[in-house]
Design a protein around this ligand. Structure first.
Ligand SMILES: *Cc1c(COP(=O)(O)O)cnc(C)c1O
Length: 372
């Protein structure tokens, strides 16, 4: 096709996404300015309550970012000194960094090539007497199939920690009912980085759980280890969600289900209309509850495909180009081979998907890909 002069289709138009809520956000920020209260106030309480309700958990605590959320859960459970934690080999590096940061050993388990989520059938072989927990990562917006993982955790007395940073609102079917991520394990970490399905206007994150003791501990550790003012029971850190971010999130939370539904519609359109033998489309076993944080396709000549899309006005991102075990931060793993993870990283590319994409844009993406 010829290079037409239409505007670049953005991977994610954050300005457009947030401008839909400009009036509501303005008014909430004005309230904060009027009150002059910026940390650990009403906005945090309201948002934490609403987000816990959204996930179906008893507790939620706002923290500074998603990495801290994972880190705080591991620390609050007391895992350290070479305790082993099972984690998928193809996650975003933050999940693994949080394990390392606590002095624990990340034990990498390969994903299922069809779902890109951890392969539950490979977990049991990796369990040793030192194993303390399994971290499931609901990658790209699709909840991990939990049945087998629940069984394994029970059998070996392991904690299940969720990394839900890419899956706000996603869930699994339990007895005909939707059980949401954030409520599928012992504790869950969320990120509210601006580009996530629920994103704030800076950094933010939270921990959800039904475990009262863990809730209290995370809350204290995240606030200088203090359970009440100037009373420090842990050598804590400063990891708090500020009031402005909590207010922004509380506004956007109301629209999250609707936005996720739009992502599902675009995804369905892509999967029904992209017809190109060179392109492998993503599969889902949860048609009604996948939240399509990103829409990934795989292709053998990924870099050539990416250039083709750029030349034709479509912005793409690669989630992710290099697996954690090949990163400089983990030199001790560089010689290891995780072939499924490597194959995914070699071939994967994410095309635009967002609640503000127009029908024309979606059709254009399909047309350009079908002509590749
Ligand atoms: C974004 C993300 C994180 C980290 O969140 P931050 O808020 O950027 O610290 C962790 N895990 C996964 C899977 C993510 O996508």
């Amino acid at each position: 096709m010829t290079k037409l002069c239409y505007d670049m289709i953005k991977f994610l138009d954050l300005e457009k996404i947030n401008n839909r809520f400009r009036d509501e956000i303005d008014s909430r920020i004005k309230t904060i300015l009027d009150k002059g209260w910026y940390l650990q106030g009403e906005e945090n309480e309201i948002f934490a309550q609403n987000f816990a309700k959204f996930c179906g958990t008893k507790y939620c605590i706002g923290v500074a970012n998603g990495l801290d959320a994972i880190n705080l859960i591991i620390r609050a459970y007391g895992f350290k000194n070479g305790d082993e934690i099972i984690v998928p080999s193809n996650t975003y590096i933050a999940t693994i960094l949080a394990i390392s940061e606590n002095g624990c050993t990340p034990v990498l388990v390969e994903p299922d090539i069809n779902t890109y989520n951890i392969n539950p059938d490979l977990i049991e072989d990796k369990i040793t007497p030192k194993t303390k927990a399994i971290i499931v990562v609901h990658l790209y917006g699709q909840a991990v199939q939990m049945d087998k993982i629940w069984e394994i955790a029970k059998k070996y007395n392991l904690k299940i920690i969720e990394d839900s940073a890419q899956a706000h609102g996603a869930g699994v079917n339990v007895g005909g009912e939707l059980k949401k991520v954030g409520n599928l394990g012992d504790a869950s970490a969320f990120s509210f980085y601006p580009g996530k399905n629920l994103g704030c206007m800076g950094d933010g994150g939270c921990v959800t759980t039904n475990d009262e003791e863990l809730f209290k501990k995370v809350k204290a550790i995240a606030n200088y280890g203090s359970d009440r003012k100037y009373h420090h029971i842990y050598k804590g850190v400063n990891s708090r969600l500020d009031e402005i971010q909590a207010a922004v999130l509380d506004v956007k939370l109301k629209y999250l289900d609707e936005d996720n539904k739009k992502r599902r519609e675009i995804s369905k359109y892509y999967r029904e209309n992209i017809r190109n033998p060179k392109i492998i489309l993503p599969k889902t076993y949860y048609e009604n509850s996948h939240v399509w944080h990103v829409f990934t396709v795989r292709t053998d000549k990924r870099d050539e495909f990416q250039k083709y899309l750029t030349d034709n006005g479509i912005q793409t991102i690669i989630h992710y180009p290099t697996p954690p075990h090949k990163q400089g931060a983990y030199k001790e793993w560089n010689h290891l081979s995780y072939p499924i993870s490597e194959e995914i990283h070699r071939t994967i590319i994410s095309i635009p998907i967002s609640p503000v994409m127009t029908k024309d844009e979606v059709e254009k993406v399909v047309e350009v890909i079908n002509e590749y």
